[in-house]
Design a protein around this ligand. Structure first.
Ligand code: GLT
Ligand code: MN
Ligand code: MN
Length: 388
């Protein structure tokens, strides 16, 4: 039996905020003590995690002076070298401070929007210095509770203006960032703009530099909206826009639970892993999730190790699925082929359309084709339950 031990080459990564999460929620205080960011990076590195992600404020306290900032940067670089861990993604905290109480990029106040841009630019500088190649935008406060207060039209225009500004900044600085916008339907706002992967894909096409910008879908956020995560990830990938992924688990249609990867929705999660691995996903297998609130410090590292182990087990299941004769035979059988018709449909020509119109079909005969999805899904089910 495989050992399912993580290696650096598996390219797992975690946000510093995941392991540093202290279990605070709207109804209860912290249950764990503060985890120093450098210890955090070190402990991740020790466990063969490939990369860490950070918000500016995770690493450098909000409002820190230059001296403290430089000291932390120096320490971070040292730990990265010593524990062979890279900085795989950077992002900005545009949600915690009360200045962002009604949004950052979508605030009505131009001074707040300018402050937000400044905060992002400063952290883009730091991310580049630490080697991050991806920059994520999660607009947690970009939303409303009161629809009378802000129109979606003006919010989206401001969002666009800020994204365009930051794309230009990155280009001018010569940073090779790929920007990834992370959708979420709600929480902390009543409704958040750019709620789903579909919203983000459409928005990107309206930007000045659409090729620089992609999506960072999160399993939990898709399922909060009651959507199929596999379809979200799959459509983003097909569009060439899957620039980053956030993995975790979530019971559908609830608050953002950020549960440990694979602890819910096992079949859908299997297909997310299958999508990434069958397509040799070049990005990091990135977890964005929180340890249970009941856990102590040891539990935090159990959570890290558990997430990676589950991913490797599911990856092994993907290999089994791809090698399973019965499954592969069914998949082969359900795909019909008709080269002549496929050629006709491949590209529109007036002559082809005439031929297609003249073609005779027997819909009843076509409908008789067997599609043994009961057998297919049962086989997968058995495989996932470990009896296939
Ligand atoms: C926050 C949010 C996540 C985002 C993070 C990046 S922070 O925890 O719930 O989904 O990815 O800003
Ligand atoms: Mn989340
Ligand atoms: Mn996320």
């Amino acid at each position: 039996m495989a050992s399912f031990k993580p290696k650096k080459e598996h390219r797992f990564s975690f946000g510093l905020w995941c392991t540093a999460n202290r279990g605070r929620d709207p109804f209860g205080e912290e249950t764990r003590s503060r985890l120093d960011p450098l210890t955090n990076i070190k402990e991740l590195g020790k466990r063969n995690v490939y990369g860490f992600n950070f918000h500016d404020d995770d690493l450098i306290p909000f409002g820190a002076n230059l001296q403290l900032r430089n000291k932390i940067i120096k320490g971070t670089k040292q730990i990265m070298r010593d524990y062979n861990i890279v900085c795989s993604m950077a992002t900005t905290n545009l949600f915690y401070h009360r200045v962002f109480k009604d949004g950052a990029f979508t605030s009505h106040d131009p001074r707040v929007r300018a402050f937000a841009l400044q905060k992002v630019m400063k952290n883009m500088d730091l991310g580049a210095e630490l080697g991050a190649k991806t920059y994520v935008f999660w607009g947690g406060r970009e939303g409303t509770e009161v629809d009378a207060s802000k129109t979606p039209g003006e919010a989206i225009k401001r969002y666009r203006e800020c994204m365009n500004y930051l794309c230009s900044y990155a280009r001018h600085q010569g940073y090779n960032y790929r920007f990834a916008i992370e959708p979420k339907p709600n929480e902390p706002r009543g409704d958040i703009f750019l709620a789903t992967t579909g919203h983000v894909l459409a928005f990107i096409e309206t930007l000045d530099y659409p090729e620089m910008v992609g999506v960072n879908p999160e399993i939990e956020h898709s399922r909060m909206a009651g959507l199929n995560t596999y379809h979200d990830f799959g459509q983003a990938m097909e569009a060439g826009k899957l620039y980053h992924v956030d993995l975790g688990a979530q019971k559908p249609n609830r608050f953002d639970q950020d549960l440990r990867f694979g602890s819910e929705d096992i079949k859908e999660t299997f297909f997310v892993v299958k999508l990434l691995e069958d397509n040799n996903w070049a990005g990091t297998r990135n977890f964005d999730e929180h340890p249970y609130r009941n856990e102590d410090e040891k539990g935090v590292w159990d959570f890290v190790e558990g997430s990676m182990k589950t991913y490797l087990i599911l990856w092994d299941k993907v290999r089994q699925f791809n090698a399973d004769k019965k499954i592969q035979q069914i998949l082969k059988d359900i795909h019909g082929t008709d080269p002549a018709l496929e050629h006709l449909m491949g590209r529109y020509t007036p002559e082809g359309a005439s031929k297609l119109r003249a073609q005779s079909f027997d819909p009843m005969a076509l409908s008789k084709k067997r599609l043994p999805y009961e057998e297919l899904d049962q086989r997968l089910q058995e495989l996932l339950m470990g009896v296939a």
